[in-house]
Design a binder for this molecule. Structure first.
Ligand SMILES: C[S@@+](CC[C@H](N)C(=O)[O-])C[C@H]1O[C@@H](n2cnc3c(N)ncnc32)[C@H](O)[C@@H]1O
Length: 253
């Protein structure tokens, strides 16, 4: 069997999701044996959106990850670069604002959102560190980031069982439920190639987030990472440290 293309060219990835938009949620639920429902509850709880807040759901797909956030009373915007996914989201959830946009170049100003989240999207972005930097940019100081993504079970036996499931069972499930088995071959291989919990933690810290921590769901099949954009004062101090420009008492400039 030939290997899936993991170069993640934005046109290819967007086209692939266009192709699976209609049956996307059905296949996910079948593949995750219903666990996707629990992962979404845990993600919404971690984001903890409050009435009056502005929340951004990046790579929102059909809006299944956006809906629980909107139910909180927060003003929620969902963005995705696949026109078919966004169209499907708009049809299913007409009261929520959805926009077509690339996670690597978000069409928002600096410091706009109280919380930013991405579920099962970051792994598909060609330059995930650029997407993380964009998430940081559009968050208000003190704002929250939550990333829900497939990961690697830390226990060797479980990990082996999980990868065997992905290799043997998942293709059968996909063959029955999906119109595009090729897209799900990509899914399986992209999960294998995706960094583990510790590496993703470093990436998130690397763009400036603080208080970064993660929690494993379903024994580490999925990991929920969270962090904070520092408050204004802390950002200034960190920037000064990075650039070596600390102001001495009594000096100017
Ligand atoms: C697996 S789906 C997840 C959808 C949704 N968040 C969910 O939890 O069901 C991944 C989504 O990421 C989107 N995506 C991938 N790369 C993207 C990018 N660079 N910018 C915006 N969306 C992107 C795809 O179009 C697809 O809809």
């Amino acid at each position: 069997m030939s290997r899936a293309d993991l170069s993640k060219d934005p046109d290819d990835v967007s086209g692939m999701f266009d192709h699976v938009a209609a049956g996307y949620d059905r296949t996910n639920t079948a593949l995750s044996v219903g666990n996707d429902f629990l992962w979404r509850i845990a993600t919404a709880k971690a984001i903890d959106p409050k009435p009056g807040e502005r929340v951004l759901d990046i790579a929102c797909g059909t809006g299944t990850s956006t809906l629980p956030l909107a139910k909180s009373g927060a003003t929620v915007v969902g963005v995705d670069f696949s026109p078919e996914m966004i169209a499907e989201a708009g049809r299913r959830h007409p009261k929520i604002e959805f926009r077509q946009a690339d996670a690597m170049k978000l069409p928002f100003g600096d410091d706009e959102f109280d919380a930013v989240t991405i579920s099962f999207g970051l792994r598909n972005v060609q330059d995930p560190k650029q997407a993380l930097a964009e998430m940081y940019r559009v968050l208000k100081p003190g704002g929250r980031v939550v990333i829900c993504e497939f990961s690697k079970p830390p226990r060797a036996l479980l990990r082996a069982g999980y990868f065997a499931y992905l290799k043997v069972v998942a293709p059968v499930v996909v063959g029955i439920t999906s119109s595009n088995p090729e897209a799900y071959r990509y899914l399986v291989e992209s999960i294998r190639e995706w960094p583990d919990q510790g590496t993703l933690t470093q990436w998130i810290r690397g763009v400036g987030f603080t208080r970064v921590a993660y929690r494993n769901l379903t024994a580490g099949v999925v990991a929920l990472h969270r962090g904070r954009k520092p408050e204004d004062q802390a950002i200034r101090a960190a920037t000064a440290r990075r650039t070596g420009r600390s102001r001495q008492p009594g000096t100017t400039g």
